[in-house]
Design a protein around this ligand. Structure first.
Ligand SMILES: Nc1ncnc2c1ncn2[C@@H]1O[C@H](COP(=O)(O)OP(=O)(O)OP(=O)(O)O)[C@@H](O)[C@H]1O
Ligand SMILES: [Mg+2]
Length: 234
């Protein structure tokens, strides 16, 4: 469904992503793990066209999307939950969720999905009229995921959903991510928390200094001595 070929991202002279190639099949959850500065966010930004890649191609559902305008990416069915969440602080929870559906015109479907998202996240349901800027970090992460789901995407891109959150919040958020995946969503999950990411995905790629150094079935990577030593603190 998503094919990234030779993707290269640079900031001036800094090579952030060095010709990486990977793919995500329909219905899969694929993790991209790696340390700080490995190039994970840069990869997602290039896929979602928030920034221009220096080289390489991105194909989505067979169509080349590596040169389209950023606002067209969401219309193609790709929703990004960015690092740092990016909720609209002065809008309510419900208004934020509705903003996620701005590309849609099927009002009945939107109402249905709104109820579904609120059922996934009871904490958001209790806070429907609260301003998003007053939510806790974990609640904002829930809202960012919920807003992305409101576009009814084919592919969900998640940039470090566990970042800065208490374990109980991380657990709640990952329960929803797994539930969404179980319903057939295709997910590219970026995480620094390698254990969580490998436990929540079918396949994974390991990024180091802008390159993919390892990939395979997540269950096998969890048992790989190199991965255990470098990423699971053993
Ligand atoms: N706007 C920018 N200008 C210059 N360099 C940047 C910019 N954004 C990222 N970089 C550099 O690109 C490299 C990769 O950064 P990136 O944010 O993609 O890493 P990451 O894997 O997402 O890290 P983290 O886990 O800390 O979020 C880093 O060396 C970073 O300093
Ligand atoms: Mg990042």
């Amino acid at each position: 469904m998503l094919e990234v070929t030779g993707l290269h991202v640079a900031y001036g002279g800094i090579q952030a992503v060095r010709s990486i190639t990977f793919h995500v099949n329909e219905g899969e959850t694929v993790a991209l793990i790696g340390a700080n500065g490995a190039g994970k966010t840069s990869t997602l930004k290039a896929i979602s066209r928030v920034l221009d890649a220096v080289g390489g191609d991105v194909h989505f559902c067979g169509e080349k999307i590596s040169r389209i305008a950023p606002h067209h990416v969401i219309r193609k069915g790709i929703a990004l939950v960015p690092e740092g969440r990016g909720v609209f602080p002065r809008l309510t929870v419900q208004e934020n969720l509705r903003m996620g559906a701005f590309v849609r015109a099927d009002n009945a479907g939107i109402e249905q999905d709104l109820q579904k998202v609120l059922a996934y996240f009871p904490r958001l349901q209790e806070r429907e009229r609260q301003l998003a800027g007053t939510l806790s970090g974990g609640e904002q992460q829930m809202l960012a995921i919920g807003r992305a789901l409101m576009s009814r995407p084919k592919l969900l891109l998640l940039d470090e959903p566990s970042m800065g959150l208490a374990p109980i919040m991380v657990q709640k958020i990952f329960e929803v991510i797994r539930a969404v995946a179980a319903e057939g969503m295709t997910i590219l999950l970026i995480e620094q928390n390698a254990k969580l990411a490998l436990e929540s995905s079918r396949r994974a790629y390991v990024m180091e200094s802008g390159e993919i150094t390892l990939h395979g079935e997540s269950a096998q990577l969890l048992d790989d001595p190199k991965v255990r030593a470098a990423y699971l603190g053993e």
